[in-house]
Write a new protein. Structure first.
Length: 436
């Protein structure tokens, strides 16, 4: 008896397993091991097998990868008058078994009764039949747990007990049926599994994908919108699809690098364009060097005097607020630092330029906040300068760049100075702005 209870203790200690629903329907539609077992099927742990749950086990189906349910070692103990007096055996949902009990026919009463109890629903059939032959009677108890026996939160093993009594005999018999109600494999869950492309957890050969992914191996993204215009499908090809600042990711969208200089400003919705690319498009602003807002740009862009201290500022993620950029306009190298506020206002500070006039301005360090009046004047100056610039820009170059005499032109000695462009200091004298 001690060994029997020992076995029972082990079985009861098996961890609880939860399942989602309990409607069985067709076996081939059962997509999780617990449901399959509860419904009396066999489960296939091979993710490549199409039919995961099957009533029958054919030889060709799921070779060597079916989930094996632990079968309790059968125990049977003889009784003296009513025998056997104890039986422990496994009985799967959907199957049935018959057990014979014998007792002497000479007992005055031969009325056989049984009572049943269970750790689950009382959805099982038990029938009895008694035949007497000579000095011995045999009662056959037939038992079959139905597909509704296991509750949705059934444990790996559940039980139902049948206690058999015969009128006139003191001793009674007990049958303990041990019914698998869930899968052992569902207890071994591999989180962020490699099998599921690290996008889901894996157990019983099934990937449970995290949000945004579907597919047997969580390989298929759920896409709200596809990028569509440029194919962004080859993760090895990151340029020009993602501006060199990211790679093609799911849903044909660019996934920008999070850890580069300027990552803070990579525009996910615009092919990971960085702040330098965006500002470089506003050539006229970069060339003009006018402090304050620049009107020749399709977004709010402001020039401010160089302040080295600002270049050291970092955000909460230890990323530089100001990003160094450069560009070449008409053979003139311009180096500047840029940053963008959360409201979209973008600022730049010229660090180096081939324009000697600007060079002076940069070193001089202009007061940070410009008077509004000056801002307006500056805008006018930009407009005037721009008109002239267009004429100037379309001129024929005074000296061909291929001329060997002019090949080693240093950026600092850039000769392409716009004759019409004059920094505002020389055109406007603002009495409130004496520093200029
Ligand atoms: C149980 O008893 C019945 C009737 O006596 C007999 O036909 C059957 O073979 C027995 N079954 C087993 C498993 O002994
Ligand atoms: C169920 O039946 C078994 C065997 O007859 C008995 O040991 C157990 O105490 C019963 N459990 C309940 C809850 O009645
Ligand atoms: C640079 O900016 C910081 C912070 O705005 C300011 O405290 C400092 O005075 C500025 N330095 C110069 C030289 O303007
Ligand atoms: C920026 O400078 C680097 C070298 O310092 C140069 O290779 C690159 O072409 C420059 N970029 C632009 C846009 O001028």
């Amino acid at each position: 008896m001690a060994s029997v209870w020992f076995a029972v203790v082990i079985l009861l200690s098996i961890q609880q397993v939860f399942a989602i629903h309990r409607e069985c329907g067709e076996f081939k539609n059962l997509k999780n091991c617990n449901d399959c077992i509860r419904c009396g099927g066999h489960w296939c742990n091979d993710p490549n097998e199409v039919k995961r749950c099957s009533r029958d086990r054919s030889d060709s189906w799921c070779k060597g990868k079916t989930e094996t349910l632990f079968t309790a070692t059968r125990v049977e103990e003889k009784g003296t008058l009513l025998s056997p007096k104890y039986i422990l055996q496994t009985l799967e949902v959907g199957s049935r078994t018959s057990l014979n009990f014998t007792f002497p026919s000479k007992t005055s009463e031969q009325k056989v009764t049984y009572i049943v109890n269970s750790t689950q629903n009382s959805d099982f059939q038990v029938t009895k039949q008694t035949y007497c032959n000579g000095e011995t009677c045999t009662t056959t108890i037939e038992a079959a747990p139905e597909t509704t026996f296991c509750a949705a939160d059934g444990k790996t093993y559940e039980y139902f007990n049948v206690k058999v009594s015969v009128g006139g005999i003191e001793e009674s018999s007990e049958i303990k049926f041990h019914v698998p109600c869930a899968c052992g494999c569902s207890e071994a869950v591999e989180a962020m599994s490699r099998t599921c492309n690290r996008r889901g957890s894996y157990s019983c050969g099934v990937c449970t994908c995290e949000e945004g992914w579907v597919g047997t191996f969580c390989e298929e993204p759920i896409c709200e919108k596809k990028r569509g215009d440029v194919p962004c499908i080859d993760s090895g090809r990151n340029y020009p699809e993602c501006s060199g600042n990211g790679v093609c990711g799911r849903c044909d969208q660019c996934e920008c690098f999070p850890d580069r200089e300027g990552s803070r400003y990579f525009d996910k919705d615009n092919y990971c364009a960085d702040i330098c690319m965006t500002i470089n498009d506003c050539e006229q602003c970069l060339e003009s060097h006018l402090p304050g807002p620049c009107q020749d740009c399709n977004f709010p862009l402001f020039n401010r005097p160089l302040n080295q201290t600002l270049l050291t500022y970092k955000d909460d993620f230890n990323r530089k607020l100001w990003v160094k950029c450069n560009t070449t306009i008409n053979d003139c190298n311009i180096e500047y630092a840029a940053m963008r506020e959360s409201n979209g206002e973008t600022f730049y500070m010229i660090m180096n330029s081939c324009d000697p006039v600007t060079g002076e301005q940069v070193v001089g360090g202009v007061s940070l906040t410009l008077p509004v009046v000056l801002g307006v004047i500056a805008i006018a100056a930009v407009a005037a300068a721009t008109a002239g610039y267009v004429v100037w820009k379309n001129r024929t170059p005074p000296m061909p760049l291929t001329d060997p005499m002019y090949q080693n032109i240093d950026a600092e000695d850039c000769t392409g100075e716009n004759p019409l462009y004059k920094p505002p200091t020389s055109s406007f004298k603002n009495p409130t702005y004496g520093k200029w």
